[in-house]
Write a protein that binds this ligand. Structure first.
Ligand code: BG6
Length: 499
């Protein structure tokens, strides 16, 4: 496989949390696995004063504390780290950045190729591209210039559209990489490979054979140190509008004609545009918003959401969202998709469950086990297929059995983390796993009625930390004579759960 060309990666917001928690570890592991180009520079940019040396020290310490490292490789890696302190909202100071980039270009032979990574507060997502453009740092006549924008891309439909216009005034669509780290997860990409490289699943993948689909993304952790940001966002903006709808698109989309950025993203956006718009009645009947309250979990007293640092004490922000929704197209006519995500649920798990319809005529009794395909995105990544077999002994009773596959059984264990994969793809100019502007807009369009609905404080239910969300969310499925799967940490262990 062809590696990326030499380049400089400029991280705006370099003194922030994401830089030392995710970006620098991802870059270090790519380097240690010899996946970065022959030469490169990593330039941290933010307002806080650091010298190159103190920036290196800080990141080195954090890598040693949190990652498995090879000391020799780490020292070599740190020699590629640099820092420049500027006020990123003041275009006059970008001359300093330009000078530093010129210096690094000579030193590391980057030929002007640059990745700009916006890991700043979202209020700067429009400002930084404008400032870069004012000193021609967006100009591709001398090396490519790719811009990675972290989520959230906008706050609602209108702000996403105006942010898009603002960025497009300075960068072209082919230069813009809107990151959704769920698309970087190996197991999310596997949804496409599993669906489109196996003739045995695809013929069944439609309304004729599928009864309903569940998508769960549960987290055990609460908002931790991010209360300030989260309280203004909530689960709908933080997880649902982006990660969950992207996963849903992978489950629902039509096969692309070829595997490339345009074809895959064309199909993803087509299915997003078929999400049935949410009417007032749908919102009242099919949407559940919840907020966790304090509770004793496994012997430990956990605070309620309103007691978390940075959260207002009368906050009405949702930490749970559950929705029954539909895709109005030929393939999915009438199939309900139940989608849920929440913080402080019993365990951390993300999975897709495809529930197949029963056989047309129940010769082995009405209680024959249903056929289910569980695609486990994390943890214990893998796939489980459950179906009915004969219960040994007299008669013809059917019993549920299953076949499972776990990623950890593969010989090839070097799976790239989401950030490693996405940063590498951006350096190579491959936008397949990044959200395109029309997809972001389609998702906001779909979600906007939920944002309006959640303004009403009465539309929020409580749930005790460590439980599966508000009881009303169970009712969503009970009303249809169904129930949520009870996912455990371990894919194949369906009888035991943390609570
Ligand atoms: C982030 C959200 O995008 O995704 C966080 O902002 C959330 O609130 C995280 O915890 C979940 O990601 P993962 O990869 O741990 O499932």
């Amino acid at each position: 496989m062809v590696g990326p060309e030499n380049n400089t990666i400029v991280i705006f917001g370099a003194s922030g949390d994401l830089t030392h928690r995710k970006l620098i570890p991802a870059l270090y592991h790519l380097y240690a696995n010899k996946m970065l180009p022959t030469d490169f520079a990593i330039l941290g940019v933010s307002r806080t004063a650091f010298s190159d040396a103190s920036f290196r020290d800080k990141l080195k310490k954090s890598l040693i504390e949190n990652e498995k490292i090879d000391t020799e490789r780490l020292d070599e890696f740190c020699n590629h780290l640099y820092y420049v302190a500027i006020n990123t909202s003041n275009s006059a100071e970008y001359v300093t950045l330009k000078d530093k980039l010129n210096e690094l270009e000579q030193k590391h032979e980057t030929a002007g190729n640059t990745v700009y990574y916006l890991s700043t507060p979202p209020s700067l997502y429009g400002v930084i591209p404008e400032c870069l453009a004012q000193v021609n740092l967006n100009d591709e006549s001398h090396g490519w210039k790719n811009l990675i924008v972290e989520k959230p891309f906008g706050y609602d439909l209108e702000s996403a559209q105006s942010l898009d216009l603002q960025i497009h005034a300075c960068f072209k669509e082919h230069q813009i990489y809107r990151i959704d780290h769920y698309l970087g997860k190996e197991t999310v990409q596997n949804l496409l490979v599993m669906r489109f490289s196996n003739a045995m699943f695809e013929p069944l993948w439609n309304y004729r054979y599928i009864d309903h689909v569940e998508i769960t993304s549960a987290e055990f952790l609460g908002v931790e140190e991010r209360g300030g940001y989260y309280d203004g966002a909530g689960a709908v903006r933080d997880m649902f509008q982006n990660h969950l709808l992207q996963v849903l698109a992978m489950v629902g989309m039509e096969p692309p004609s070829v595997i490339n950025a345009d074809s895959i993203r064309d199909e993803a956006v087509k299915v997003m545009q078929c999400f049935r718009p949410l009417s007032e009645e749908d919102l009242n009947k099919n949407l559940v918003l919840g907020q966790y309250t304090e509770s004793m979990v496994r012997g430990k007293q956990l605070p309620g959401y309103r007691e978390e640092h940075g959260v207002s004490e009368d906050s009405r922000t949702e930490t749970y969202v559950g929705l029954k929704m539909f895709i109005d197209n030929w393939r999915w006519a009438g199939v309900p998709f139940y989608v849920r995500t929440g913080k402080r649920l019993p365990t951390r798990v993300t999975e897709v469950v495809i529930h197949f319809k029963n056989t047309p005529h129940p010769v082995f009794g009405v209680n024959a086990p249903e056929n289910k395909l569980i695609i486990r995105i994390q943890p214990d990544e893998g796939i489980l297929l459950s179906f009915g077999l004969k219960q040994p002994g007299a008669g013809f009773e059917a019993k549920e059995v299953s076949m499972d596959f776990h990623y950890e059984d593969l010989q090839e264990t070097n799976m790239l983390t989401a950030y490693e994969r996405l940063i590498l793809d951006c350096m190579k100019g491959d936008a397949t796993l990044f959200a395109r502007t029309d997809a972001v807009e389609a998702c906001w369009q779909f979600v906007q009625p939920i944002l309006n609905y959640k303004q009403n404080p009465e539309h929020l239910f409580g749930y005790a930390a460590g439980t599966w969300g508000p009881l009303e969310a169970d009712q969503l499925l009970h009303d249809d004579n169904r129930k949520w799967r009870f996912p455990c940490k371990n894919l194949t262990n369906t009888d035991y759960c943390e609570l």
